[in-house]
Design a protein around this ligand. Sequence first.
Ligand SMILES: *[C@@H]1O[C@H](CO)[C@@H](O)[C@H](O)[C@H]1NC(C)=O
Ligand SMILES: *[C@@H]1O[C@H](CO)[C@@H](O)[C@H](O)[C@H]1NC(C)=O
Ligand SMILES: *[C@@H]1O[C@H](CO)[C@@H](O)[C@H](O)[C@H]1NC(C)=O
Ligand SMILES: *[C@@H]1O[C@H](CO)[C@@H](O)[C@H](O)[C@H]1NC(C)=O
Ligand SMILES: *[C@@H]1O[C@H](CO)[C@@H](O)[C@H](O)[C@H]1NC(C)=O
Ligand SMILES: *[C@@H]1O[C@H](CO)[C@@H](O)[C@H](O)[C@H]1NC(C)=O
Ligand SMILES: *[C@@H]1O[C@H](CO)[C@@H](O)[C@H](O)[C@H]1NC(C)=O
Ligand SMILES: *[C@@H]1O[C@H](CO)[C@@H](O)[C@H](O)[C@H]1NC(C)=O
Ligand SMILES: *[C@@H]1O[C@H](CO)[C@@H](O)[C@H](O)[C@H]1NC(C)=O
Ligand SMILES: *[C@@H]1O[C@H](CO)[C@@H](O)[C@H](O)[C@H]1NC(C)=O
Ligand SMILES: *[C@@H]1O[C@H](CO)[C@@H](O)[C@H](O)[C@H]1NC(C)=O
Ligand SMILES: *[C@@H]1O[C@H](CO)[C@@H](O)[C@H](O)[C@H]1NC(C)=O
Length: 636
Amino acid sequence: MKSLDLFLLLLIVAFTVSRPVEAQNQAGFISLDCGLVPKETTYLEATTNITYKSDANYTDSGLVGKINDAHKTLVQQPLWAVRSFPEGQRNCYNFNLTVNRTYLIRGTFMYGNYDGLNQSPSFDLHIGASKWTSVNIIEETDTVMPEIIHVLTQDRLQVCLVKTGKTTPFISSLELRPLQKGTYIAQSGSLVLQSRYFSSDSTSIIRYDEDIHDRVWNPISDDGSSSISTDLEVQTNNFYDVPQAVMKTAAIPKNASAPWSLVWTIENTTALSYVYMHFAEIQNLKANESREFNITYNGGKLWYPQFRPNKLSIITMYSQVPLTSSNGVYNFTFEMTSNSTLPPLLNALEIYTGVDILQLHTDKDEVSAIMNIKTTYGLSKKISWQGDPCAPQLYRWEGLNCSYPDSEASRIISLNLNASQLNGTITSDITKLTQLSELDLSNNDLSGEIPAFLADMKSLKLINLSGNPKLNLTVPDSLQQRVNSKSLTLILGEKVLNPTPKKESKKVPMVTIAASVAGVFALLLILAIFFIVRGKKGKRNEAPGPPPSVTSGIVKSETRSSNPSIMTKDRRITYPEVLKMTNNFERVLGKGGFGTVYHGNLDDAQVAVKMLSHSSAQGYKEFKAEDANSRRGGTR
Ligand SMILES: *[C@@H]1O[C@H](CO)[C@@H](O)[C@H](O)[C@H]1NC(C)=O
Ligand SMILES: *[C@@H]1O[C@H](CO)[C@@H](O)[C@H](O)[C@H]1NC(C)=O
Ligand SMILES: *[C@@H]1O[C@H](CO)[C@@H](O)[C@H](O)[C@H]1NC(C)=O
Ligand SMILES: *[C@@H]1O[C@H](CO)[C@@H](O)[C@H](O)[C@H]1NC(C)=O
Ligand SMILES: *[C@@H]1O[C@H](CO)[C@@H](O)[C@H](O)[C@H]1NC(C)=O
Ligand SMILES: *[C@@H]1O[C@H](CO)[C@@H](O)[C@H](O)[C@H]1NC(C)=O
Ligand SMILES: *[C@@H]1O[C@H](CO)[C@@H](O)[C@H](O)[C@H]1NC(C)=O
Ligand SMILES: *[C@@H]1O[C@H](CO)[C@@H](O)[C@H](O)[C@H]1NC(C)=O
Ligand SMILES: *[C@@H]1O[C@H](CO)[C@@H](O)[C@H](O)[C@H]1NC(C)=O
Ligand SMILES: *[C@@H]1O[C@H](CO)[C@@H](O)[C@H](O)[C@H]1NC(C)=O
Ligand SMILES: *[C@@H]1O[C@H](CO)[C@@H](O)[C@H](O)[C@H]1NC(C)=O
Ligand SMILES: *[C@@H]1O[C@H](CO)[C@@H](O)[C@H](O)[C@H]1NC(C)=O
């Protein structure tokens, strides 16, 4: 038993050859401020030196919103805006990345009553077709920051928000950080963060730019231990790139001779646990002094005997095989040996659990093809067309049928785009769906000719092209041959039975709607004092580690302003509706004294939406005078 545990334990020490630090300058970072508008916006968050940009390029669904102004001073700017997904079961972010690279993926969720509904949203997060974790927001100022370390099995990554009940999924920020290959390894699957602590009496978290990989380290101290620190430099180059600031402090037990235990609970008792401990001797030992201790866990199982931390140099200790605990309790005990004159020491600790991110998904070439088809025909309005096309079966895209072979990628076997307002020619991307047996493009507005390439699709048994009045119905010879040989049925349907309703731009007089939007364009630079309070707060269910001595600094909000909405003479329009009408304020028509005017669609009418700018008090008067029938809601 003893030798087995020892054999599986790895110690990673610092090495002196310096290597180029590639992530020094946010290289490879993707930092999205979800719901940030306009979509070209980028900014430098001064408290972290991280540059954030809008998420608009990475998702084609959702509505933008703003947290209650009262909460803005509590958190940094990336949490001021949110994107919510009231429509569809599953909505996804898509990233083009490099296969086999390891990424730390972190979502941040701060509800802030952005929708004025005073809810406690809960929903799931998926990576591709597999569940990563659940997000449960209880208080409106809770900040939840789930994090996963994931090795990409494809050159694309999908992070999806999945509705699980009645509440609407939303997200405040989404961050991707490349990590060194092979540093954090799960036996299979990926690693979900439970806790990442460093010993410190301070309350400040450490992240970028002290941590070049932007891991978030939470300070921790408890009654049984005290924190020591050094001003000297610690060698930290052992692949883990633990920040100096993390390694310069360490916890030692107050009672040196008594065994010192770190105990935490993982709620899922069948979970596989991965523990990383970072050590460095930061005290200047005299000739007659020594620090040596045994590390055991869960009732005396030896983890590492007679361990001596290296002087001012990191040692990272982890087990190659995951740990389990039948009752979910993990108890690591540090005890000085009889030869030691100094108590045990620990600088930092990371705890993860394994999660299986299934490799089962749709064939990657078919994913590219169907994504191209989606783009070509502007099918982002299909609300189920999010995430992996076939997997999981529960969220398969509407209109698709797939094969689900054992331990192989799914293939698309039928595609039904009946009455989907397709226009233009029939795209050759369809030929990349090589196992397609049925293709239904009926009742659209397709034009051009019937392409001969359809004849080369060997699996194809049925093609329905009826109800496309602009389509040249001349059948290419090769296709005719397949019809003649009865290997293919081609439905052309002379008559148009269900012509697609044409969207005519009606000549309706412009309707003016006035919107007061709480702070959307108010250029209020409120200095954020601290970020996200602490990662711990949102993880209360997972009961990680010894409790921190300092309670988090969340201030409860007293103000509950209602959802900003617009009143017209005969119609009330909510803020989310305004966002939809204006397609997230996409098209600017002009600028007035009072603010910006946006193009919008209300029912079938084109409307101009005026935004009242809070930066102009004079503008507000003018605005009111101009639109006497409109009343404002949700002002502050
Ligand atoms: C979005 O994508 C376009 C086109 O690729 C690019 O020009 C633009 O800079 C991107 N915007 C952001 C905020 O990344
Ligand atoms: C941000 O970067 C500047 C310039 O490198 C530096 O002076 C400043 O201390 C950094 N701020 C933070 C919060 O790290
Ligand atoms: C990812 O690549 C696809 C084409 O392969 C492209 O259409 C899409 O815009 C890219 N997305 C981003 C966020 O760069
Ligand atoms: C990714 O890793 C797998 C398994 O280790 C390997 O077979 C494959 O060639 C790698 N792909 C690339 C592009 O490096
Ligand atoms: C320290 O631990 C030893 C051994 O467990 C115990 O005898 C002693 O009372 C403890 N001292 C204090 C101050 O708690
Ligand atoms: C608990 O962990 C096991 C092993 O990783 C996993 O299969 C199971 O789904 C987890 N249960 C919950 C409720 O997360
Ligand atoms: C170590 O030596 C110093 C004097 O150099 C002495 O003061 C101290 O008590 C000694 N400590 C131990 C544990 O023997
Ligand atoms: C942890 O293990 C130690 C040594 O086996 C034991 O003395 C201690 O009571 C345990 N603590 C908990 C909370 O189980
Ligand atoms: C520490 O481990 C060694 C080797 O297993 C053992 O001989 C020694 O008794 C242990 N010391 C303590 C204090 O548990
Ligand atoms: C303790 O120290 C003595 C003298 O340095 C050494 O002979 C002995 O082997 C050490 N014991 C252990 C358990 O390391
Ligand atoms: C298809 O319809 C869209 C929107 O109605 C239009 O912008 C586009 O030009 C049309 N494409 C073709 C090829 O007719
Ligand atoms: C339809 O396509 C055929 C074959 O390319 C062509 O000969 C014919 O002129 C086209 N008909 C029309 C109405 O464009």
